[in-house]
Design a protein around this ligand. Sequence first.
Ligand code: IMP
Ligand code: MG
Length: 182
Amino acid sequence: MATLAKQPELEVLFDREQIAARVEDLGGEISRDLAGESVLLVGILKGAAIFLSDLSRSITADATFDFLGASSYGTGSRSSRTLRITKYLDMPVEDRNVILVEDILDTGTTVVFLRRLIEQHAPRSIRIAAFLDKPARRLEKVEADYVGFRIPNYFVVGYGMDYGERFRNLPDIHILPPTHPE
Ligand code: IMP
Ligand code: MG
C-alpha cells in the first residue's frame, strides 16, 4: 500500500508546522506553571512517545521521563474500565510533579485509570497533558490541564497515533475516513 501521506483523500487535520507551534506553546505554559520546579513526564505508550519527545524539548524545567503502558482486557466491551498494565513505572513518583502525557484524550478511561495508579504513590502534583482532546466521546469526568487541540469525533492517525499499529510515524495528523480499506 502506498504511504498514507500520499493518499489524497486522507485529509491533513494539523500539519507539522501547526503541531510544532502548538507544542511550543504548551511547553511554555508548562514551564511557567512549574515555576522552576522539576517535572516527571510520564508518557502513555505507545502513542504519546512522539508528543513527549517534542514536549520535553519545549520545557525549560529540569525534566525526567518515564512511561506507562496499559491495554484493555480482551477485545472488551467499552464498559470494562479496568486496564491491564503492560509497562509499569521505573521512577519513584513520591513528592514529584508528574505530568501524565497522552496522545489523545478520548473516553478518558486510560488517563483516569493511570492517574489513580500514580496518585496511590503520593506525587506532589499530577497534571494531564493531551495533544488532542475528543470530548464528544468522554465516559469519565476528566479534563486535561494542557490540550494541544480540541477536535470533533474524528478518528485520526499520525504524530504517534495509530490505526492497527500503523501510521504512528506520519509527521502530520490525518483524518482516517470511516471507510478506510484494510
Ligand atoms: P481513552 O481511554 O478512550 O481515552 O483512549 C485513549 C487512547 O485511545 C489513546 O491513547 C489512543 O491510543 C486511542 N485513541 C482514541 N482515539 C483515537 C484516534 O482518533 N486515533 C488513534 N487512537 C485513538
Ligand atoms: Mg492506541
